[in-house]
Design a protein around this ligand. Structure first.
Ligand code: SF4
Ligand code: SF4
Length: 139
């Protein structure tokens, strides 16, 4: 049996595709386990969705192929939250607010703050607390 993997994706929905039951079909027809971190989808506007999908590589690919038939753009980095390296002063203020350790200090000597995007659950705490505006949300 093929190995199961988890991938973080960000989906961008053009205005006209927002009401389609895409998540339902990813689960039912493509046998994916879906964990939605954050969504901004309204009938009048374009929409964004950041989610984890878990399944075999083949299931994930068929789910992505399905999603693309709706003119949905798939960002494979899943970066709803990004850190601007040029703006980050490594002050460390965000670290205790990050619930998953995505923002963390790995080297006690340099005290540099690392950002492991794969651990980010899109809670937006860092966006709110960073004094330098280094953490931003795509939507
Ligand atoms: S609070 Fe902002 S500037 Fe400070 S370490 Fe975190 S991301 Fe960098
Ligand atoms: S959005 Fe939340 S989980 Fe992601 S890096 Fe910022 S504080 Fe951590």
């Amino acid at each position: 049996m093929s190995e199961t993997v988890t991938k973080k994706l960000m989906l961008y929905f053009p205005k006209c595709e927002c009401e389609k039951p895409i998540i339902y079909h990813l689960v039912k027809d493509h046998n994916l386990v879906v964990n939605v971190f954050r969504a901004k989808v309204t009938p009048e506007e374009e929409g964004f969705l950041v989610l984890d999908v878990t399944g075999t590589e083949e299931q994930i690919q068929s789910g992505i192929d399905f999603v693309k038939t709706f003119n949905v753009t798939v960002n494979f980095t899943g970066k709803g939250v990004a850190r601007d390296e040029a703006k980050c002063t490594h002050c460390g203020y965000c670290v205790p607010y990050c619930p998953t350790g995505a923002l963390n200090i790995t080297d006690g000597q340099t005290r540099q703050v690392a950002y492991d995007e794969s651990k980010c659950i899109e809670c937006l705490a860092c966006v709110r607390v960073c004094p330098f505006g280094a953490c931003t949300s795509a939507f």
